[in-house]
Design a protein around this ligand. Structure first.
Ligand SMILES: [Zn+2]
Length: 189
């Protein structure tokens, strides 16, 4: 019998918002594997109170189900963390405090694997969902960075002066550098 590989299954996410919002063990919750019925074709991850229940097709090996379940856990926890953050309110507050323009819109993006933030010339800001799990000052530094791009699209001296209005810019830059070496965004030289 041929055991299907991961490519044969679609990953599927379902959220259960009955879980407490500020669970101290909110990240790296334990995974519980369950074998689905013969009709199940997808791996599904559902948050159930303090754990993530991963139901997999019966023909899938346990190690493969656990590997996919782990990927789903990361995405699920990232989404939960992002839902707890009011990005628009945060950007408004930072813009007011540091004398920067407000964006036309600001939203999370799951597609940004390499960039922490992006900003278009018409003021549309996208923030990587990965930031939802990081300390708040790192998220704020990226928001301030993108807000400053509403004034200067390059990373010149004047831009630098703007982002340094936020006192933890250097600290956040160091934090992100330690995570990976990608810059804040595509405007990075
Ligand atoms: Zn930039």
């Amino acid at each position: 019998m041929q055991v299907p590989g991961a490519a044969d299954f679609d990953a599927q996410l379902e959220l259960d918002f009955t879980a407490p919002a500020h669970d101290p063990h909110r990240f790296r919750r334990p995974i519980e594997l369950r074998v689905g019925t013969v009709r199940r074709r997808h791996v599904q991850a559902v948050l159930e109170s303090d754990r993530i229940v991963v139901t997999h097709p019966p023909r899938m090996s346990e190690s493969e189900a656990r590997r996919i379940g782990e990927e789903l856990r990361v995405r699920l926890e990232r989404r939960i963390a992002a839902d707890e953050i009011d990005l628009e309110a945060r950007a408004r507050k930072l813009a007011r405090r540091y004398g920067l323009p407000r964006p036309a819109s600001i939203a999370w993006s799951d597609r940004q694997q390499r960039l922490w933030g992006t900003c278009t010339s018409d003021g549309v800001i996208r923030i990587s969902g990965r930031l939802a799990e990081l300390p708040g000052f790192v998220l704020d530094a990226v928001i301030v960075h993108e807000l400053a791009h509403l004034v200067h699209l390059d990373h010149g001296t004047e831009f630098d002066t703007l982002v340094r209005r936020y006192p933890k810019t250097d600290l956040a830059t160091g934090y992100l550098m330690a995570l990976d070496h990608h810059g804040f965004d595509r405007h990075e030289a």
